[in-house]
Design a protein around this ligand. Structure first.
Ligand code: CU
Ligand code: ZN
Length: 199
């Protein structure tokens, strides 16, 4: 009997070396504390509505005492509490003319007397608007040029346009006079006839 050597070929299994890295991964957790994203507390309270909106008033000046005066006086409240007054008139005689806010918003009388006296809520003496004491209605004088036109502006703190305020000029009258206000005669500066009136 032939002894057949049975060669068993052992197939060496190829061991696949796993290429595991021995390197210890130094995966250290970052120490730096990430800033915690704090929930933003919406601490923004609703702003209360502005207490007073600036408002304006317009007086259209028409002739009185048979003059030919015409124009406008604009009032605008500012955010700081002052009032800007802008005057533009024509038909005046050249030179100075007294200008006031009078108490009553009534220009119906031909001579403008229906507008009453100077607006004077604090019951003080008449005077220059640049003096410490004067009527709330005192604005001194305006000056007309050779063509009879006058423009003037003031920013003042002694009147307001606010409803209910004692010094509110809305609904009262503006008066321009034939003569200059002498800024001292009582009760109205001796400025003569009322030649322009507007409510
Ligand atoms: Cu007057
Ligand atoms: Zn006065």
């Amino acid at each position: 009997m032939k002894a057949n050597k049975l060669l068993t070929i052992a197939l060496a299994g190829i061991a696949l070396a796993s290429c595991k890295s021995d390197k210890k991964q130094a995966e250290t957790e970052p120490v730096t504390a990430e800033p915690t994203t704090a929930e933003p507390v919406a601490a923004e309270p609703e702003k209360p509505a502005a207490p007073v909106k600036p408002n304006t008033a317009l007086a259209t000046v028409t002739a009185a005492s048979e003059s030919s005066v015409a124009g406008t006086v604009r009032f605008a409240a500012t955010e700081t509490g002052t009032v800007k007054v802008e005057l533009a008139l024509e038909g005046l005689s050249p030179g100075e003319h007294g200008f006031h806010v009078h108490e009553t918003g009534d220009c119906s009388a031909p001579d403008g007397k229906s507008a009453g006296g100077h607006f004077n809520p604090s019951k003080v003496d008449h005077g220059s608007h640049e003096a410490e004491v004067h009527h709330a209605g005192d604005f001194g004088n305006i000056t007309a040029d050779e063509s009879g036109k006058a423009t003037s502006s003031w920013e003042v703190d002694w009147i307001s346009l606010q409803d209910g305020a004692e010094n509110n000029v809305v609904g009262r009258a503006v008066i321009v006079h034939a003569a200059p206000d002498d800024l001292k005669s009582q009760p109205s500066g001796a400025a003569g006839a009322r030649i322009g009136c507007g409510v």
